[in-house]
Design a protein around this ligand. Structure first.
Ligand SMILES: Nc1ncnc2c1ncn2[C@@H]1O[C@H](COP(=O)(O)OP(=O)(O)O)[C@@H](O)[C@H]1O
Ligand SMILES: [Mg+2]
Length: 198
């Protein structure tokens, strides 16, 4: 399997969680995952619940997006990766993040897009799951924008495939790295123009 820059490779025991046999290429796996994500998005579109700023919802969402492909969907990572907190800290960090996001929404701490981007960045920095963290955290941010803030989703892909290497992914990963250093500017700039496309 080949991975684009900024992706977290799967360990052999995580690969064993694949619900399909005979997946030979990255492209086949991408298609299986994409089909699962689309059924997850249908579930999400019908969803009417107010408690989406909870750790339980974040976990349920991952399971809905990836559970038809991976047995470990909705279960926390057990191994260290090049991105993310130590696995033993995932549960507490995730709960703290979702509590903070709830607080931001209740108190109008940030404008909607900034709140969603801060949630997104901290989620991928925790990196709760073995895989699918980027897609999960982008869909979560959009769900929060729409269902909590009544705002438009972020046009993350901007006409590209964010799962592949292209100028859009390069800008996205660079913006996350700036956010790692405490600078939200590039991520805000990344989200701003695309917002109008939605
Ligand atoms: N320096 C970084 N800081 C925070 N998050 C990052 C960084 N680099 C990459 N990421 C995030 O990690 C994701 C890749 O993790 P992965 O679990 O493979 O998600 P996916 O399978 O959905 O692409 C990227 O899409 C991005 O959201
Ligand atoms: Mg990945």
């Amino acid at each position: 399997m080949e991975y684009p820059d900024g992706a977290t490779p799967l360990d052999p025991d995580e690969m064993e969680g694949l619900r399909f046999r005979h997946v030979a290429t990255r492209g086949e796996l991408d298609e299986l995952e994409q089909a699962n994500i689309e059924s997850g998005l249908l579930w999400l579109a019908r969803l009417r619940r107010k408690d989406i700023l909870t750790d339980e919802f974040a976990i349920t969402l991952h399971k809905r997006l990836f559970g038809e492909v991976w047995k470990w969907a909705g279960a926390f990572r057990r191994t260290g990766k090049n991105i993310g907190v130590d696995p033993i800290h995932i549960a507490v960090e995730l709960r703290t993040l979702m509590d903070d996001a709830r607080y931001w929404a209740d108190n109008g701490t940030y404008q909607p897009v900034e709140a969603a981007l801060r949630l997104h960045h901290r989620m991928v920095s925790i990196h709760p799951f073995p895989n699918g963290n980027g897609r999960h955290a982008r869909i979560l941010a959009d769900t929060v924008l729409k269902q909590i803030y009544g705002a438009a989703a972020i046009g993350w892909a901007g006409g590209h495939d964010l799962q592949k290497m292209n100028e859009r992914r390069i800008a996205y990963i660079a913006a996350l790295r700036a956010a790692d250093r405490g600078d939200m500017g590039p991520l805000m700039a990344f989200a701003r123009p695309a917002e109008r496309e939605v």
